[in-house]
Ligand binder design. Sequence first.
Ligand SMILES: [Zn+2]
Length: 373
Amino acid sequence: MNKPGNYQICNRCVMDTSDKDIQFDENGICNHCSEYDFRFRRYVFTGETAKKQLSSLVEKIKHDGNEDEYNCIIGVSGGVDSSFLAMKAKQLGLKPLAVHLDNGWNSELAVRNIENILRKLDIELFTHVLDWQEFKDLQLCFLRASTPDIEIPTDHAILATLMRTAEKMKIKYILAGGNVKTECHLPRSWSCGHNDWNYIRSINRKFGKSELKNFPHFTFFELLKKRFSQKWINLLNYFDYSPKKAKEILETEFNWKKYEGKHYESVFTRFYQGYILLKKFGYDKRRCHLSSLVCSGEMTREQALNELKISNYPDELIREDKQFVIKKLEISEDEFQRIMDLPRKTILDYSSQEKFFMASGLTKIWQIVRKII
Ligand SMILES: [Zn+2]
């Protein structure tokens, strides 16, 4: 862990000591860059290898699926990665069912993007709408818990919805938009617990009014079991994926409209990343995305540093979003400010799988289990 006051920034990307666990080698290159290189070698396919791997993968998906039905599931958010993924799946001759989780915070633009893309690709959409009252209370619980993991309930519910739908429809393959080239630099301390139902339930029990009854979730053992019956594929790793080029194609062919920031298709995510995470925790999420883009050659380090100097979230929009968020969450401005002023906590302050393994001295085993799941 870095000592406070010892500022350092990676010589290759733009990750810095705002990630308290960052480590640098003798050349001043950070651990996220080493991880990027490792994952790139292992999971990203290029040239002829990519073509061969992709072709056998597609054959397998078609072979394992029912000819008349869907043979894979894709999660869609309206963002560039999942929209491009939908296009590629269709071009490969797959029969995807698109699944979307509506947590109540979709921007109009996101909804329009999803509609435009899927209509033109002739892909059917299944949308799961969260029980708003329950989800709103859960979001408030996480805000009051004062950890940076406020988006964890949404991420968990998306995974649960994809897995449940796949199980119900008897579909083995889930295609995901995650990829090494654009999202590899993610400090664990900035957001963790995506698969941790214990964590979500414990936060809800501590700060909430009632038990979660309708919230899509999965336990640790359910996840382990599904690990063997369902297959997750990060399809974009098989292409020379470039978000810049992907945006151009989507804009031209599907009338897709871009967002100012990554994951800004949701108003809450925009406010959480652009305001709460930055002001309260000092984490500029743009660093992660830009760092991956620098490593993948999508932009230079200079360009990334310049981008960080300017805000992509205008003050007027922050004010607008803030009013919208507190009104929708039904809290007062004073209460929101009290939440912002609460001392910062982490997942280890609450009952969670993470805490269980750490407290039991099973850190190494936990690292292995995390890799498996
Ligand atoms: Zn780095």
